[in-house]
Design a protein around this ligand. Structure first.
Ligand code: 5RP
Length: 220
């Protein structure tokens, strides 16, 4: 199976986790897009969706799915989103699509995070994929120096502005043996908006697309 077929398989599986008559949280990226397309088939059975990016909101609306502002929502039973890397312990690197801040916010509200990914995303240790860090533009150099002091090699994502009007540093070279500790350390650098490590609030369920079918991994 191709990577796109594996993504489509986990997107189909993910709709089984959607709670009927409730709000669904929806992530960003090519896998999340396929999930949105599947969700459209059951749009009459959900109240609406909260999106983690402008482009996901537009895709949802294009399918006739009601898009709600997170501030108008009390409860999100399930959030479905992709990942750039995920461990068997369900810690993730996210933000390849630049939506990490809103993804982390919607995930924080959601009761359950369902990660959907093809098997190429499963890693023993996070960090081969450059870690996205959203920064306030005036703090870019300061944050970069702090990341270099941690052993990282930050590179500005050229020509990219987040939905929040900020910039992204993609950081290679970090040793992420303790993802939650690294997440906390980077969060504490002044000027960092969000680090794309999702370890303190990782996924609860991983639907992993493999050539042998969709595997379901659950948090311990
Ligand atoms: C966007 C993300 C995506 O979930 C991540 O980049 C995976 O994307 P794709 O499903 O296209 O591989 O974090 O900010």
């Amino acid at each position: 199976m191709t990577q796109d077929e594996l993504k489509a398989a986990v997107a189909r599986e993910a709709v089984k986790h959607v709670v009927p008559d409730a709000i669904i949280g929806v992530g960003t990226g090519s896998t999340a897009n396929l999930f949105i397309d599947e969700l459209a088939k059951m749009r009459d059975r959900i109240q609406g969706a909260v999106a983690s990016s402008v482009r996901s909101a537009e895709r949802l609306a294009g399918h006739g799915i009601r898009v709600l502002d997170l501030n108008d929502v009390d409860d999100i039973p399930v959030y479905v989103d992709g990942a750039d890397e995920v461990t068997a312990g369900l810690a993730m690197i996210k933000g390849g699509g630049g939506a990490l801040t809103r993804e982390k916010i919607v995930a924080a509200v959601a009761r359950r995070f369902v990660c959907i990914a093809d098997e190429s995303k499963l890693v023993d240790r996070l960090g081969r994929f450059p870690l996205p860090v959203e920064v306030i533009p005036m703090a870019r150099a300061h944050v970069s120096r702090a990341l270099v002091a941690m052993g990282g090699r930050p590179v500005l994502r050229a020509g990219f502005v987040t939905d929040n009007g900020n910039q992204i540093l993609d950081v290679s070279g970090l040793v992420i043996s303790d993802p939650a500790a690294v997440e906390t350390e980077i969060n504490q650098i002044t000027g960092v908006v969000t680090v794309g490590l999702f370890a303190r609030r990782g996924a609860d369920v991983l639907l992993l697309g493999t050539s042998g079918g969709v595997r379901t991994l659950r948090a311990a």
